[in-house]
Design a protein around this ligand. Structure first.
Ligand code: GDP
Length: 211
């Protein structure tokens, strides 16, 4: 079993240009429309209630937040580190055009310039799986990621769907994961998948260094 045993806030940055130096550390980027449950998921994954704020004003925080996260693989007793990157929520109806533009620029810059990113986690509200904004973010990611990067789609608030609805969603999106932060369902699986991708990436890098 893999757990996150430590998580702490590092810093905030208004854009990728101001992102902290972390050349040696893998990054996992979390992105979602406002109110989809990104903060709740970050808190649930890290077992840290106040890590990311659960917002009462959707779309208010426009900063990129960075967290240092420590994984512990209980089977091997190995610890490993990563940075979780909490991008500002997007697609909130009331944000101005310039904020929307900033967000898009942030994401584009991120994908283009941040070598450290190994995983993009795109969260989607399970009750609204076909919103145009999510489809476009998802298309953008698939078109632009590098070979050593992964995209994970996660449907949030799965406790809001009955079993039949969950099965239907699973059938339509077989690659996607499902989570309920409030019921703590699906969180361990997400941690394990993130951990395993990062480990595999690291092993590939070490092999390349040896060549
Ligand atoms: P963010 O804007 O994406 O960071 O979303 P938040 O984490 O602030 O959550 C938005 C709202 O959805 C809050 O009222 C949360 O309590 C609620 N929420 C988040 N995760 C879940 C979940 O798994 N199940 C249910 N039923 N509600 C959730």
């Amino acid at each position: 079993m893999v757990e996150i045993v430590d998580a702490k806030f590092v810093t905030s940055a208004p854009n990728v240009g101001a992102a902290p130096e972390s050349d040696l550390q893998d990054e996992v980027v979390f992105m979602a429309r406002s109110n989809v449950g990104k903060s709740s998921l970050l808190n649930a994954l890290t077992n840290h209630k106040g890590l990311a704020k659960v917002s009462s004003t959707p779309g208010k925080t426009r900063l990129i937040n960075y967290f240092d996260v420590t994984f512990l693989d209980r089977d091997s007793a190995q610890k490993s580190m990563a940075k979780f990157v909490d991008l500002p929520g997007f697609g909130y109806a009331k944000v101005s055009k310039s904020i929307k533009h900033d967000w898009e620029k942030n994401l584009t810059d991120y994908v283009a310039n941040r070598e450290q990113i190994k995983i993009f986690i795109h969260l989607i509200d399970c009750r609204h799986p076909h919103l145009e904004i999510d489809t476009s973010v998802s298309g953008f990611l698939f078109d632009n990621i590098r070979k050593n990067q992964h995209i994970i789609q996660i449907f949030t608030k799965i406790d809001k769907l009955n079993q039949k609805e969950q099965n239907k969603l699973k059938k339509e999106f077989p690659q996607a994961l499902m989570v309920s932060s409030s019921k703590k369902r699906g969180t361990l699986k997400i941690i394990k998948i993130i951990h395993d991708i990062l480990q595999e990436n690291q092993e590939n890098r070490e092999e390349m260094d040896e060549d």
